[in-house]
Design a protein around this ligand. Structure first.
Ligand code: FES
Ligand SMILES: [Fe+2]
Length: 403
């Protein structure tokens, strides 16, 4: 008999504990609450790119661990972030996703805050005197904010390690690209998908699913190049693809052949494919002529909001922008040959882990950290386990009784 009984289907895989995940980590509410508290409330996340808030008063809203945030460039040019919650009765202060403001006024009772987070105005303040309410102590809650290579990172944890320590060398593949090119965000998309955030992240870390994408199958799955691909894992769970095997051959792929080196970002050729993922929810990809930053925000066990930003060099002609937009959209646009297919993969897995029909995921490919090794997935779950104090393959310490 080759098909399995119900008991066999739910039985623990005969694999090392690092080589599979227990499906309950995708649907359990306790696990989700702990992820918010132990991971997302403590890690650095890319909130935006500096080019999105170039002028004093420019702001972007963001979210981490369920907490609404606003990132703003002050009059002094410094970028700061705050919890987007009014000191008075807890209303959200800033409602637009982006804009420019000299100060922020809460819509409810019109308390106002400046771009340094100080409370600067309270209507009819005299009535607070008796109770001793002191305006100077009513500022917004500041959130740690650091900028690296033009990327604005935020962290809700005042005690978190400095960004430089958290990243280590993880951004080395983009060090040059992000500094010698004067980049700007030229396109932005977001979507809320029906999948657990880890299922979405798996599509970013899983190299073996390249064949699902017809575009990748045709342009970059040359078996000879697999041995040239390195899977590099950094401390704190960050990863990047290194080595000469990450290139795409567009010349015979109809409609994609217009990617020439003359349009490549400085430091790259048109064929170059680079990616770095900062644990757990920020990722950078470059495809020769364009770059993309993606971040995501878990909303519930089965809902995840994803944001994508496309970057290209400032000061291009309209024709150039058109071409770069096309290159971006071919991979990552709403009708592109990459993201929509990944969304489908994440949602189809989610459906079966959510309803319990699927029990385990297998992460057992070993190619000496080359080619399509599952090493990135294992590295991700090793870091997840470290921060959670749980094993992804035995999350409840019950001998993996996943029935
Ligand atoms: S809740 Fe913001 S002013 Fe009252
Ligand atoms: Fe994919």
């Amino acid at each position: 008999m080759t098909a399995r009984t119900a008991e066999g289907w739910g039985a623990t895989p005969a694999l090392p504990a690092t080589h599979f995940t227990d499906g309950r980590i995708y649907r359990d509410d306790t696990v989700f609450a702990e992820e918010q508290a132990r991971i997302f409330a403590k890690v650095w996340k890319i909130a935006c790119h500096e080019s999105e808030i170039p002028n004093p008063g420019d702001y972007r809203t963001a979210e981490q661990a369920g907490v609404p945030l606003v990132v703003v460039r002050g009059e002094d040019g410094t970028i700061r972030s705050f919890v987007n919650v009014c000191s008075h009765r807890g209303a959200r202060v800033v409602h637009e996703p982006s804009g420019n403001a000299k100060h922020f006024t809460c819509f409810y009772h019109l308390w106002s805050y400046d771009t340094r987070g100080a409370c600067i105005a309270i209507p009819r303040p005299d009535a607070y005197e008796k109770a001793g309410l002191d305006k100077s102590k009513l500022g917004l809650r500041a959130v740690r904010t650091e900028t690296r290579l033009g990327l604005v990172f935020i962290n809700l944890d005042d005690a978190a390690m400095p960004l430089a320590d958290w990243l280590g060398d993880a951004l080395e593949a983009f060090e040059e690209v992000l500094t010698i090119n004067d980049l700007q965000v030229f396109t932005y998309q977001h979507a809320t998908i029906d999948a657990n955030w880890k299922e979405w992240q798996e599509t970013n870390l899983d190299l073996y699913h390249e064949y699902m994408h017809v575009a990748l199958r045709r342009t970059q799955t040359n078996p000879a190049a697999m041995a040239e691909r390195e899977l590099i894992v950094y401390p704190n769970g960050h990863i990047r693809g290194g080595g000469a095997g990450y290139k795409a051959n567009y010349k015979d792929y109809k409609g994609w052949e217009g990617r020439s080196d003359s349009h490549a970002l400085k430091g790259l050729t048109a064929a170059d494919f680079r990616f770095t993922h900062v644990f757990p929810n920020s990722a950078m990809n470059a495809r020769g002529t364009v770059m993309r930053i993606s971040t995501f925000t878990p909303l519930s066990t089965h809902r995840t909001r994803i944001e994508w930003r496309g970057l290209g060099p400032k000061g291009q002609s309209p024709e150039d922008w058109k071409l770069r937009s096309k290159h971006y959209a071919q991979y990552w646009g709403p009708f592109g040959r990459n993201v929509p297919e990944d969304l489908l993969a994440a949602e189809l897995c989610e459906w079966n882990f959510h309803n319990g029909a699927a029990k385990y995921q297998v992460l057992a490919r070993e190619e000496n950290m080359r080619g399509q090794d599952d090493g990135f997935l294992r590295a991700f779950y090793a870091q997840w386990g470290k921060l959670m104090g749980r094993s992804a393959s035995d999350p409840f310490g019950d001998g993996r009784k996943n029935q």
